[in-house]
Write a protein that binds this ligand. Structure first.
Ligand SMILES: [Fe+2]
Length: 241
């Protein structure tokens, strides 16, 4: 139930606070379904850094599967809640966390990438974020080294993120599997380090994938997230309700 509460917050599922009938409650819960967001660019737009084949499979198959399985899990959770089946509610939390996290992470990821020909992929698109990166890491190159090391240090599947935290400022964090960024941080940009994100093009050359991902980071989106709130960073999800 902890994770479901977390998702209702992140995914903006609106649960009315006032008393409602069971039918109204079930209708409200059943309406919380999600759809695959469109990419803000063509599948081949990130070449040569990320191939069109990878982008199409990654978006239309992998991300779609997270969305489909999240909706199934939420429907089952809704039924388990309506029938007061607590064991089933507990059993479903892992599926909600994994698939909900997959949907959240990929939705953020697509938005924080941009074609290398776009002005959005230039460092100049993020002046305030760059100033903070330099204040925190001494230089952009040192930040890049630290972020790259964090990405390559991930064992198995996971994600690397630059996050903004109210107390500590900028931080580099990694999350395992499809765990989303939690604990109140604002995700500024993330990099998918699952093999499905690079293997068809780079094979075991994970370091080359990480080197080339820098060509297609959307610094305009990163700047907006840096200057915005956590809720604003996740706004891409709200449109999927
Ligand atoms: Fe992925």
């Amino acid at each position: 139930m902890v994770y479901f509460g977390f998702l209702t917050q992140l995914l903006s599922v609106q649960i009315p606070l006032e008393a409602v009938s069971e039918e109204q409650y079930n209708t409200t819960m059943a309406a919380a379904t999600y759809t695959l967001p469109s990419l803000p660019y063509a599948y081949n737009a990130l070449e040569p850094s990320i191939s069109a084949q990878i982008m199409e499979l990654h978006h239309s198959k992998h991300h779609q599967t997270y969305v489909t399985n999240l909706n199934k899990a939420l429907q089952s959770y809704s039924a388990a809640t309506a029938s007061g089946n607590v064991p089933d509610q507990i059993a479903l939390q892992a599926a909600i966390k994994f698939n909900g996290g997959g949907h959240i992470n990929h939705s953020l990821f697509w938005q924080n990438l941009a074609p290398s020909s776009s002005p959005d992929s230039k460092l100049e698109a993020a002046p305030k974020l760059m100033a903070e990166i330099k204040a925190t890491y001494d230089s952009f190159d040192r930040f890049k080294e630290a972020f790259t090391a964090a990405l390559l240090g991930i064992q198995g599947s996971g994600w690397g993120w630059l996050v903004k935290e109210e107390l500590t400022g900028l931080r580099i964090v990694t999350t395992k599997d499809q765990d989303p960024v939690v604990n109140g941080e604002v995700p500024i940009f993330g990099v998918d380090m699952w093999e499905h994100a690079y293997y068809l093009q780079y094979l075991n050359g994970k370091a080359a994938y990480v080197q080339n991902i820098w060509n297609v980071i959307n610094w305009k989106t990163a700047e907006e997230r840096f200057q915005g709130t956590r809720e604003e960073a996740f706004k891409v999800l709200k449109s999927q309700l």
